[in-house]
Design a protein around this ligand. Structure first.
Ligand SMILES: Nc1ncnc2c1ncn2[C@@H]1O[C@H](COP(=O)(O)OP(=O)(O)OP(=O)(O)O)[C@@H](O)[C@H]1O
Ligand SMILES: [Mg+2]
Length: 225
């Protein structure tokens, strides 16, 4: 059947949606034979720009596909749903980088078409209230999906983790909006800034001590099995 649609969303900017999405997509791209499409709805085109840059730099490398989608058009949701319908039969996984703005149509429709939503969570009081507000909107969309006969799984991933008390408190968010938290967090590490790629894996898949691999194993079990 059609592709699994996985959106990375939060209301809070800078929490790591694009980073986590790209790390995950590159790892699946390298470690499995699944066909991946990334939908980049960021007006700044972060994934698409990286795609073009790497395409020129490494013309013979195998990249995953990236499609830039513009929400600033009349009735974007109609076009968006058409885009998804066309892509669903061509790909195994569609990753969707959802632009911010909790009240915009883009968030609602992105979640409506998703099988899974991944919410990167970063600790700081400001980030947290935005995340809580976002999670509170989930049950309504879930209800709309259930009416159509679909279910929605929501997973939180703690990103930029450190040892502060704020970070320890993040585990209290589990359950909000039906969100299940990943056991495996992603730390604040320079390598996650540097090794963002549409081609290369962030790490050696065989290193069992690498935290990214722990996150990735959990991702595969929760989201793709
Ligand atoms: N685990 C991490 N360790 C270190 N830096 C990180 C990590 N995750 C994200 N970053 C950095 O934080 C910044 C914001 O990350 P990113 O762009 O992925 O967030 P975003 O949620 O997509 O933001 P936006 O809402 O602007 O699209 C970037 O500079 C990125 O390199
Ligand atoms: Mg982004």
């Amino acid at each position: 059947m059609g592709a699994k649609i996985i959106s990375f969303a939060t209301q809070k900017g800078g929490s790591g949606k694009t980073t986590l999405l790209m790390l995950t997509a590159a790892a699946i791209h390298n470690r499995t034979d699944k066909k991946i499409l990334v939908i980049d709805s960021d007006p700044q085109r972060s994934v698409k720009d990286m795609y073009k840059y790497e395409q020129e730099l490494y013309p013979n490398a195998r990249q995953y596909d990236v499609f830039a989608f513009n929400w600033q058009q009349p009735n974007p949701e109609v076009n968006f749903q058409k885009t998804i319908q066309l892509a669903e039969n061509k790909y195994d996984i569609i990753f969707n980088d959802v632009p911010g703005k909790i009240h915009g149509k883009e968030v609602y429709y992105s979640i409506l078409i998703s099988d899974i939503v991944i919410v990167p969570i970063v600790a700081s009081s400001l980030d947290l209230s935005a995340t809580v507000d976002f999670l509170k909107t989930i049950p309504e969309v879930r209800k709309d999906k259930e009416k159509l006969g679909y279910k929605l799984d929501v997973y939180g991933v703690i990103n930029k983790k450190d040892n502060t008390i704020e970070h320890q408190k993040l585990y209290e968010l589990a359950g909000l909006g039906g969100m299940e938290l990943f056991y495996s967090p992603i730390s604040n590490k320079v390598r996650y800034k540097r090794v963002i790629s549409t081609i290369y894996d962030v790490t050696d898949p065989n290193d069992p001590n690498d935290e990214f691999n722990k996150y990735f194993d959990e991702f595969m079990i929760k989201c793709l099995s």
